[in-house]
Design a protein around this ligand. Sequence first.
Ligand code: CTP
Ligand code: MG
Length: 230
Amino acid sequence: KRFWVVVPAAGSARRMGAAVPKQYLPLAGRTVIEWSLAPFLAHARTVAIVVVLAEQDQRWPQIAIAGDAKIATAIGGAERMDSVLAGLRALQDRAAPDDWVLVHDAARPCLSAGDLDRLLNELSNDDVGGLLAAPVVDTLKRADDGGRVLQTVPREKLWRALTPQMFRRDLLQRALQSAQAKGLAVTDEAQAIEALGLQPKLVAGDSDNVKITLPEDLPRAERILISRSA
Ligand code: CTP
Ligand code: MG
């Protein structure tokens, strides 16, 4: 079954602290965003990809794949959820209400074709939808403001939410609009779906599907990408 893609790329990458927004930093011979889009451009069932850009973005037109017929752009907002909603609005007249939409961070350049296919296969007949996720491997501590441990949080049953996150267009749009109306600060799509009382399905994904957040994440992503092509 066909699917649509929304790629939020309108963040300011404050934690990276680079002169160039992180999605445009060089990585293993391309830019971060080109790697992030590649698995979707290569997939036969992708209908279209909406890349959501900051209003002041001037770098996107210089990206080699900017002119690809499958790619459209939209202008994002202050929070990630505002940007995703802008991307969904751009699909409103093209995608059916029950079409699948995959939301994938522009800052996740290491999604493998295998993980994308597993997500699609495991959820294609699901009532709710879901997301790639990786089990937490470290012991977790909750601390006070002084950095003193308050308690150990058992890691059993804890997962890290990755992207893509895959939901029906209409459900996702309603969930995000409802979160926005309630002033709920959601940091991923699943959280907005959960707020409707639904339970997104976790699909075990590779922990190599890293998000570029801090400078140290770049060499790690480069190693992952280079090891795959070898
Ligand atoms: N994003 C977006 N619109 C926003 C905020 C974030 O489209 N208003 C996008 C980012 O471009 C990124 C993804 O959402 O691809 C994940 O967000 P994050 O890693 O937090 O990126 P930034 O918000 O850019 O980084 P930071 O939080 O360090 O400023
Ligand atoms: Mg952010």
